[in-house]
Design a protein around this ligand. Structure first.
Ligand SMILES: Cc1ncc(COP(=O)(O)O)c(C=O)c1O
Length: 360
């Protein structure tokens, strides 16, 4: 009998969205925090052009992409690593810096892949309570143990949608020991860039990593391009774990071209934020509990897990797929990715209909 190693056998597969609309219903997927717009036309054209040289392996150093990122964000290209999605960077840095003798720490309602990465590294996964959907620096610092090696904070957070301010993140970093790496995952960072609190400068301390992705604001989730700013002594080891040919020629070309179309990305963020805030106000007016969001999604609190499940089922029956949040410790919540106005109006109408049915 061929057996997997024990820690892999014990893991459950990472839970992605289930998207199976009932027969005859149009599938409305608002479950994966994808962009409401296709990629920039420049990115589409660049990816198509790149296919003409797809007989060659991709650039393992992401040279053009790193230069473009460096120029856009005023960062030295040599400080940047690019991943097959930021998921590859999260998994690789955890494998390189955590092991069965130590622990990874994250807020209790954090992005579930942080836990998956810890499980891959066989590290203990610790959590710190959040308060009303907000990351608590005090709770994180109180949860640090002698064997803690990595602290993950997504900012803005998924699925909470809330944000932690730069002074609070600085306070977190100051309160952590020097042998603990702080990873700030800014997958939704572009939706909060107007607040003008960039974190890249912290990387020069040597104990902070900042991650971003092209999957959200740039609408390139299907291309799998993430990136991050790493201290050199951390990057050196993370690269050993990564697939050396990790991003396809089309992915690298699309991401580089998307950076040239800054106006398109900003327009996507603006459109998303406008639609998001309209949706949130609409639901609040109907009596739903929805937190402010700094992302391309909204989190609805139903008060208990049964009500969330019931609402989820009512929408699924009509082909509308939101995302249950039991995996992030919020079984009473559903997360709604912001889609186009028709889909948001349909979703709001179905939620209101469900609520009326509950109250009769
Ligand atoms: C907080 C957070 N980090 C990372 C990711 C992964 O993004 P990527 O598509 O770059 O792997 C996501 C995706 O939803 C996310 O929400």
């Amino acid at each position: 009998m061929i057996r997997p190693v024990r820690h892999i056998a014990a893991m459950t597969p990472y839970a992605l969205a289930e998207l199976n609309a009932p027969i005859g219903k149009r599938l409305v997927s608002l479950s994966q925090n994808e962009s409401l717009q296709p990629p920039s036309p420049l990115a589409i054209a660049a990816a198509a052009d790149a296919l003409a040289s797809a007989q060659l392996y991709p650039d393992p150093d992401w040279t053009a992409l790193r230069i473009a990122l460096g120029t856009t964000h005023d960062i030295a290209p040599s400080d940047i690593l690019c991943g097959n999605g930021s998921m590859e960077l999260i998994a690789s840095l955890t494998l390189a810096f955590a092991n069965p003798q130590n622990a990874v720490l994250a807020p209790a309602n954090a992005y579930p892949f942080f836990k998956t990465a810890a499980q891959l590294a066989q590290a203990r996964f610790d959590t710190a309570p959040e308060k009303h959907g907000q990351v608590s620096v005090d709770a994180l610092l109180a949860a640090v143990r002698a064997d803690t090696r990595i602290v993950f904070v997504a900012n803005p957070g998924n699925p909470t949608g809330t944000r932690i301010s730069r002074p609070e993140l600085l306070r977190l970093r100051e309160g952590l020991r020097a042998d603990i790496m702080l990873v700030i995952d800014e997958a939704y960072g572009e939706f909060a860039d107007h607040l003008d609190e960039p974190m890249f400068d912290l990387v020069k301390r040597g104990d902070v990593v900042v991650l971003r992705t092209f999957s959200k604001a740039y609408g390139l989730a299907g291309m799998r391009v993430g990136w991050g700013v790493f201290p050199a002594q951390i990057a050196e080891h993370v690269r050993k774990v990564m697939n050396p040919n990790n991003i396809s020629v089309a992915g690298q070309a699309a991401a580089s071209a998307a950076l040239k179309d800054h106006a398109y990305m900003r327009a996507t963020c603006l459109r998303t934020a406008t639609e998001r805030d309209r949706f949130i106000s609409d639901l609040r007016a109907a009596g739903f509990d929805v937190a402010d969001s700094f992302t391309n999604f909204a989190l609805i609190r139903f008060g208990n897990a049964d009500a969330a499940k019931c609402a989820d089922n009512a929408l699924r029956a009509e082909g509308v797929f939101l995302r249950a949040q039991g995996g992030a410790g919020l079984p009473d919540c559903l997360r709604v990715t912001i889609g186009d106005p028709d889909d948001m109006n349909l979703t709001a109408a179905l939620l209101k209909r469900w609520k009326e049915g509950e109250n009769t």
